[in-house]
Write a new protein. Sequence first.
Lengths: 431, 704
Amino acid sequence: MKDTESEGYQSARKKKSLLAKVYNFFSGYLLAVILLTSLLALTYFGTMAQVEMGLYEASEKYFESFFLVEKVGFIHVLLPGVYLVSALLFLNLSLGAIVRARKSWRRPGMLIAHSGILYILLAGFVAFHYTKEGNMLLYEPNGSDKMHQSDEIYNLINWSVEVTKYNSDGERELIHVIGPEQLSGSWNERDSRNYRNKDIPFQIKVSGYLRNIANGKGQLAGLLSEKKAKDKGVRVLEGYGVEAVPTNKNMEFNLPAAYIDIYVKVKSNEYASEAASSALIIGAGPMSPRPFTFSVNDEQWSVDLTRQRYTLPFAIELENFQKEDHPGTMRAREYSSDVIKIDTGRKVHISMNKPMRDAGYTLYQASWGPEGARPGDRLYTSLAVSHNPADQWPKYGTYVIAIGMTIHFVQKLFSYLKRNNRSRRREEDSQ
Amino acid sequence: MITLIKSLKLILLFAVASSLNFSAAAIESYKKWDPEIVKIFEAMPVQEDGRLKPMQTVARYKLMRINNSKRLQFDVGGEKIKVSAAEWLLDCLFRPEVAKQMPIFKVNNPDVIEAIGVDPHSSPRERYSYEEISSVPDAMKRLSERTGELGKIMEDSDKEEESKELRRDPVNSGLLSLKSAVNEFEWAANAFNFARDGIDVDLGAASEAFKKADGGKSKVSYFLSEFDKIIEIARKPDGQEFVAKISTAFNLLERDMATAGVKDRVSMISLAMFPPMSDDDEEWIKPGYLIEQLSFRKNELSAEEQKKFAQWALPKIETLESLTRNVESPSFATDLKALSDGIVSMAKERGEYKNIELELLNNRLGLFHWALPFYIMAFILLALTWLGQGTKVSKFLTYGVIGMTVFATIALIAGICFRSVLLGRPPISTLYETIPFITGTAVILCLIIEFFDRKGIALACSIMIGIIGLFLAMRFEIKEARDTLKVLEAVLRSNFWLATHVIAINIGYAAAILGGVIAHLYIFSSFLNIGSKDFRKSVTRMVYGVTCFGLLFALVGTVLGGVWANDSWGRFWGWDPKENGALMICIGALILLHARMGGYIKELGINVIAVLILMITVFSWWHVNQLETGLHSYGFTSGIMFWLFIVYAIESAVMTIGISCCFFRFPDRKIPLAGYRLVFPVSFFLLAFIFMIVFVNLAILNKG
């Protein structure tokens, strides 16, 4: 194997055309070694960074980026991000291990193993770009309310601004979402962003957006009284101002806040220069709706800062939730939920390691609450829901890799043993 | 010469002084427990940490948390007395005044003991008894105050930095561990206070029997049986004086009850020693709970249930009373036997007892402890064979080496299997369990290689790995001082994944470590120019083969981990530190293979990278658990960072030496490196050298 590879490498080197050189580089071992070394270094940096930054921010910086700046000692170094490295590795693998590699039916192991790795890299790409995920909270049924049914999932990390119009009965008539992408990026103190939509008779100005105002204990440490806010030169609304608190390592504990100003539409593309109403809104959990409401042209509207949510194509009902600790301890032995998919009536028992898969969605037993519940309290189950087109691909990829590598290494072992025996026999003969 | 005599004198003086001091800290007299009593006591089942286990196991880890050892040793009138953990726990429960005199608290740093106002011993090896500390006025109070302040800061999530800084201070960390040892001891020594002391309040108004009680003290069992009557009297309008008395009695009862351990309170320290009344109930009962249910929480039950419960619970309290009050009498053994038989037969009926005997056997055999001396003997024999290489004696000795290594390995594997059977699950699920498993796997791999290669190289490695691995397991057990047989969190309770992902990844670790260890032989052989070219060639071939083997398992194990995560958390890959560690091992091995394929490295390069992979494996196996972040949150063990950095520093030094062979001395190279070809070796050499310096510095920073 080794000999054939280096032969191919040398014969390719003789042709000196630029295209061939580029092709050789992109399909060669040198690039493979460089990329693997970068991946090794990045994984190390990204792991260590989690101690200070937490998983989410470290992932963003190291694993989901094209480039990043890392401080090594006293020097700032520009490094490629894992996203870029993986993409190049995909190219390098496809060209080097599939297109260029010598294909022999007698030595199929490496071809198979590399295809498996390509498949897993592809799965990673698909999962990264097309996964929708969130959590669904379902309370135990108590017969009187509908809190044991839901078709909505909440993303634990991403926040969005929801603009809602209510009809005369107070029901939600139209919901427009300003998604997390439009709120992302860095916000300086004086920054503001304006959002307009043809269905909405006003312009929404979001300013002073802060990713977090809560401290580790869940207290609103960034919420300032009028006096303090004025001292610090922070804008005051309804007697309060806000300032940033360092983001929590666990992103789900972060609570954002923003100032909202509403400018009513005057003509088709013209908005009033004075704000009709303004508010300071703080991120609210899924179970505590407390939106900022106002009326425009006799219509009731609300603007709310909520966790990004998706509606599933089906609704789920919790029939029963069980939780069991190891005797005499607070360590969970097992917790599980019996749920019904309402439209088809399918009953599923979801437990740790045993998710429910249906219509491209997967529902997992994630946790339960409320924290510190006493016996007899009404509990809720928290199901993690994800929609990932590449859900099962890595599993198949593993099988392919394992088969390929086993074939390859077993073949190598046998040829080594054969050689070893031969040389030992020769030694014995010579003695 | 004169200086030699002087220093000898000094040493003698020191020895005399310390021996004097030693006897000062020892007990005046100690009566050994009857072995029959110890045997009964050891086999009594107790529920702790979600699992039913023999009292012996409980006692061992309790003592280990205080004393860093499974045994206690002290002097009585010049005679050395050895006390097993079970005997010590018997002392704590039934003769606390004796237990309080035993030198048991280990304080290495004299500043710690001085900080609470106690005079330090001249040798840090000497332990302090409870009485020695508590007899100094305010010493215990000072200890509680200092640690209380520290605890407040450590619990405050906004003071993370300050708390880390405080814990790094050796006096603070010493105080904290002394406090937890003292707490542990107090719980054990006071657990049966309620049974021994009774209630020291005159309640004669309630009943004649209270007046008759010995020394004005009523037995708790009697107090509880008369509980309703007492409440009735207290409710009478003219009972002001009686109410004052009764509230004092209640306070005493409540304190002793809490020490004896109630239900719902997660205390690892109290003994859940009685099987529950109902067969459906899984939680065993601590003595304090019996009191609580018969007094403060009596109203939770209906009258009928109250009666039933009293009938069930009161005899148990009475038994403990009779035991604690008649320690010296011959009836003690028979009473303890009766109590134990009752509990054992209940446990058998409930189908919970079957593993207790097996665990006692496991404790007695101590298979891991057996394996270690055999590996060490094998090593000594091996060293002897090196002395007389090629002779008949050495050949004969080699069989001895192989025999001992195989025997030790069988003991090691039997130990792993034993644990697996006891808990009814695959062999690895905690950090501790990875140590014997990885050691065993690496040793077996070595023996297989030796079977094919027959050069003795792999055999030597197997013995080294066996010794280091088992020594590590022993140190880790003492350091953690928690029962290593653990019940599992919900997410881990999947035998399929524990048997596939966890086993595969640990085999990967074992192979990666083995590859690195063998590579050392190559590097030293090159650097010191010992051993033939063929020897180095075989070593490299082994390293290459083991790395390939390791890659297969590490890669499959890592991806399987992702598949598991996808089934339990809904994501295949989450950049969790432990996942990253495993990925880094795979990448390291892939770099080795591809650099070799591309012709960028030859024999030396393979071996140097194998050492790097060894470092990565240590990082992944131990270091990421110390980062205190991520989902694989098991085994946060404080105080091992120092050793980790020492390992990194040594391995970087080995890499530096290895790379230096490129240009200083390299017996196998025909044409010396020159010109631009030197750029990479020189930069890698500098990098490895800088790493070494950095790690030495980090080790110094993390000392203490």
